[in-house]
Design a protein. Structure first.
Lengths: 288, 375
């Protein structure tokens, strides 16, 4: 067992014929992910490395029974791609695209309220990976191993680092989930933690946050109400100056809101250990 | 993009919102002329930060001589790290009351939030702390926008019911900045109510979404580049790098925003201070590293560089060869520590060592090394 991505997940890829989409679809298939369809309007009827291409998500779902989408569509069209996937009934939608306008994402969130069963991960995220099962997105599988530690993170590279260090220490992962670095995104830390909480194969969880917003504070509050998971938190950006966007569109401290200090304090108040470096995440998780 | 006051006011005027009469002046002579045309004016520094009044960036001028003198003092002044490129000369308003109107992105609710308050002229953050009940809030539906009855509720909740007829259409006009210009924050503070009941924007702030620049070309070409960016940040943007200037001495390059932020934290933890944030994204190709190193070297404060790369798909040996090529191309001779991890990390480290670059096994070790080398 794992969360979100299981052996029953049948993936279609929107934007599969583009450079990024094509490369990463190949990586997903190498890992054994069931990629059943690609969607590129105007290229329907053909195939791409043996995967059939459809013009619309609706067609792809009808023909292949796909139940999840990976999106590698350029920013001007990505919001529409997310809504198309939700309207076609897909329950897991993973959007890797970076640079979607904020107002587009606000409209997407409004649209998704009519599709309560659709889970959106991202945008601007590395996707998710279940070791031994598959992945949707760009997380390098070579550093993963099956196990019982869940990872949920905003940053891609910190996810890879933590995953690689855990694997090197002999600790595998149940599922690795990137929620993305944009200010308006799909699943929050709490949404993912609720799934880990309900997954019998996950015993530990690493929560890797960063400055900006208050999703980390909410995660701390949620964990503080009582969780069976042993958790370690890490926040990057404690030295970031106010008002400067640190790479991720969402990583910005405004006034005294969104600081690393407030997030770390929230986790400590909830009784969750806070790692000071990524190496420490592994030390704390492997100590018990 | 953060618009300057006069730019934000032009945008408001294009939405049908009343603004005072004003003229932009790039020289003291232009300020004197503006005053000759408009009569007594406030000469206002145009910078994309608040607090310019306290910093001496706003002066009243009764006649052209005073306007010239005020502009002489203000143009070129430094306000919170921004050099004032020009002033805006604006006529005074007849004020009966000042209120607050604005919107921003409410990240927790994943929506926009409209705010109206009877307390105008103060920072909204301060009002929120001292008298939160005086701020009325509305999360408009992102597809249909705010409805009339919702706006009525907003106005009455703010205790401004007597101005409901004028305020409801005004809030609607401001809200259109979201769909027309991809605005993510707008503030009219104060929104002046004249003795005749007219509503006029006393000051204006507007920030648009850089992710939407592909469909806001006109706005970008009209207003981009007026307020002066940090020179290094501007150069980095020309080279397509994600770069933020900081005030320390150790140059930082990382791939991925989170990793890069984490590296800045490690530098501080090791007792050093970072000169910049620079995310070169995935891949770490030699030419990108070279561009990043070139910009970092333009900063005379930099005494050493730490590069932190996680190679997911790119192999460590390739990254190492690219780094060496970039270093040699630039004739880089400051202390350099490289932390490489991921695929083929051992081979990568070996190549670095052979070429005289100090490899760090972990980010923390690498941070300690570069801090020691630059002491």
């Amino acid at each position: 067992m794992a969360i979100l991505l299981t052996p029953d997940t049948r993936v279609l890829v929107q934007g599969m014929t583009g450079r990024e989409g094509s490369f990463h679809t190949g990586q997903m298939r190498l890992m054994g992910t069931q990629v059943v369809a690609g969607v590129t309007p105007g290229k329907g009827g053909g195939d791409h490395d043996g995967v059939p291409i459809y013009d619309t998500v609706q067609d792809a779902v009808a023909a292949t029974g796909a139940n999840a989408a990976g999106i590698f569509v350029p920013p001007p069209y990505a919001a529409d791609a997310i809504m198309e996937a939700a309207a076609a009934g897909l329950e897991l939608i993973v959007c890797m695209t970076e640079g979607i306008p904020i107002q587009d994402m606000i409209r997407v969130k409004g649209f998704l309220s009519d599709f309560p069963r659709a889970h959106l991960l991202g945008p601007n995220c590395p996707g998710l990976l279940t070791p031994g099962v598959g992945k949707i997105g760009i997380i390098p599988q070579r550093f993963s191993a099956p196990g019982s530690i869940g990872i949920v993170a905003r940053s891609g590279t910190l996810t890879y680092e933590t995953m690689a260090a855990l694997t090197a220490a002999g600790k595998g992962q149940s599922t690795v989930v990137g929620i993305g670095g944009d200010p308006i995104n799909g699943m929050s830390f709490v949404d993912v933690l609720e799934l880990f909480e309900a997954d019998p194969n996950t015993t530990h969880v690493a929560v890797i946050g960063e400055i900006g917003g208050s999703d980390e504070e909410r995660a701390a509050e949620y964990m503080g109400r009582g969780s069976r998971l042993r958790a370690v938190a890490f926040i990057s950006g404690r030295t970031a100056p106010e008002g400067k966007r640190m790479g991720h569109a969402g990583a910005i401290v405004s006034g005294n809101r969104g600081t690393a200090q407030s997030k770390e304090a929230a986790f400590r108040a909830a009784g969750i250990e806070v790692a000071e470096t990524t190496d420490q995440i592994v030390e704390l998780l492997t100590a018990s | 993009m953060k618009l300057l006051e006069y730019q934000a006011k032009e945008v408001l005027a294009s939405l049908g919102i009343g603004i005072p009469k004003g003229r932009v002046a790039r020289t003291p002579e232009e300020a004197a002329q503006a005053c000759a045309e408009l009569g007594p004016v406030a000469v206002k520094a145009q910078v994309p930060v608040g607090g310019r009044g306290k910093a001496g960036g706003i002066k009243l001028a009764a006649n052209p001589q005073e306007a010239r003198a005020a502009a002489e003092q203000i143009i070129g002044m430094d306000i919170k790290g921004h050099r004032v490129p020009l002033v805006y000369c604006e006529t005074a308003l007849d004020i009966s009351r000042e209120v607050y109107l604005g919107f921003t992105v409410d990240r927790d609710r994943r929506n926009n939030i409209l705010m109206l308050s009877s307390q105008g002229g103060m920072e909204i953050e301060q009002v929120a702390e001292e008298s939160p009940e005086s701020i009325a809030r509305l999360h408009p539906d992102p597809w249909r926008g705010p409805l009339d009855f919702e706006l009525n509720q907003l106005v009455f909740a703010a205790g401004l019911g007597e101005h409901v007829r004028a305020l409801v259409p005004l809030v609607k006009k401001l809200h259109r900045a979201i769909s027309l210009y991809d605005a993510v924050t707008a503030e009219i503070n104060p929104l002046v109510i004249t003795p005749g009941g007219e509503l006029i924007a006393g000051d204006a702030k507007l920030e648009t979404d850089e992710n939407a620049s592909f469909r806001q070309r006109e706005l970008e070409s009209r207003y981009g580049g007026v307020s002066e960016e940090d020179a290094l940040e501007a150069e980095a943007h020309r080279r397509n790098l994600t770069y933020v200037s900081l005030d320390g001495e150790i140059g930082i390059i990382g791939n991925g925003a989170g990793l890069c932020m984490g590296t800045l934290d490690l530098i501080q933890r090791a007792g050093g201070s970072a000169a910049n944030f620079c995310d070169i994204g995935g891949g770490a190709r030699a030419e990108v590293v070279e561009n990043a190193l070139a910009v970092i070297l333009m900063n005379p404060r930099v005494r050493g560089v730490l590069i932190n790369i996680f190679g997911g798909i790119t192999r460590g040996d390739e990254v190492a060869r690219g780094l060496i090529q970039a270093r040699d191309q630039l004739g880089f001779d400051l202390p350099l520590v490289v932390r490489l991890s991921g695929t083929n990390e051992e081979e990568g480290r070996e190549i670095l060592k052979q070429n005289g670059i100090e490899p760090g096994a972990s980010g923390w070790e690498a941070a300690q090394k570069i801090v020691a080398l630059t002491r």
